[in-house]
Design a protein. Structure first.
Length: 251
């Protein structure tokens, strides 16, 4: 994912969005990248991709650099458009992949005025929810696979609980940090602090799974981590903001 510098819009017109998706398609062919889901929002985008032979950085550089060149030429400006390098998270299980696909397809829930997810024009969900011809570069077989029918997949995405059997705290924290923290130098160190902060604010039923993920060697180490986190949180409202977003993403 990536977003506009200072959270400024990156898609102003339908033609902008079409141009970006055309570049995604061209780059998927050029760098042998499988695209499984996408969603373009006003000031950011999400892509779910698989890289059988590597090449993710080349793929993303091609899309971003060509889009910035197109956009700057269209509006008569120069300079960077995105906040920096794209933010990527490695997905290593099928459940993880389906969870992230659902998250991407639910992004338009916050669009105002509201729009039905399957009617949002700039999300791949419209090709999953209805039997319509998808772009040749978009693969729908992986996410549809275990759901068997489009109707089942639509229910999986649209339902509040989503049918998710486990909460992916690692992904939720990384995504929340990627969404809300613009300074790359803060992201690495902030992730662990936010993860520890969840122990203070999540439902008690979720605490055991977070503790297993954090894997504290001793109860003393856990106590020290909580103490350091609370000290940092007292002077940084960002920790509370990112923690709340992580909880929302894991739900």
């Amino acid at each position: 994912m990536n977003r506009g510098a200072a959270r400024q819009p990156i898609f102003y017109t339908k033609h902008d969005a079409r141009q970006f998706l055309a570049l995604v398609g061209e780059a998927s062919d050029r760098f042998v990248i499988e695209v499984h889901a996408y969603c373009l929002m006003t000031n950011h985008y999400h892509l779910l991709v698989r890289c059988p032979t590597g090449g993710l950085s080349d793929f993303m550089h091609f899309v971003a650099s060509h889009y910035v060149r197109y956009f700057n030429s269209r509006v008569g400006r120069d300079g960077p458009m995105f906040r920096g390098r794209f933010h990527a998270i490695r997905l290593d299980t099928s459940d993880y992949i389906h969870h992230v696909g659902r998250y991407i397809h639910r992004n338009p829930i916050d669009v105002r005025p509201p729009v039905a997810l399957e009617e949002y024009e700039w999300s791949s969900f419209r090709y999953y929810s209805r039997d319509r011809a998808n772009p040749r570069w978009l693969r729908v077989d992986t996410l549809l696979g275990e759901h068997r029918t489009r109707a089942n997949y639509r229910r999986f995405v649209e339902a509040d609980a989503g049918g998710v059997t486990d909460k992916h705290w690692d992904w939720a924290v990384k995504t929340a940090v990627g969404e809300l923290v613009d300074d790359p130098s803060l992201r690495t160190n902030l992730g662990r602090t936010v993860a520890v902060a969840l122990l203070d604010v999540v439902d008690p039923l979720d605490r055991p799974s977070i503790e297993r993920w954090l894997d504290f060697p001793t109860s003393g180490a856990r106590a020290q981590a909580l103490k350091r986190m609370r000290e940092r949180r007292a002077v940084s409202p960002l920790i509370a903001e990112v923690s709340a977003r992580a909880i929302a993403l894991a739900a």
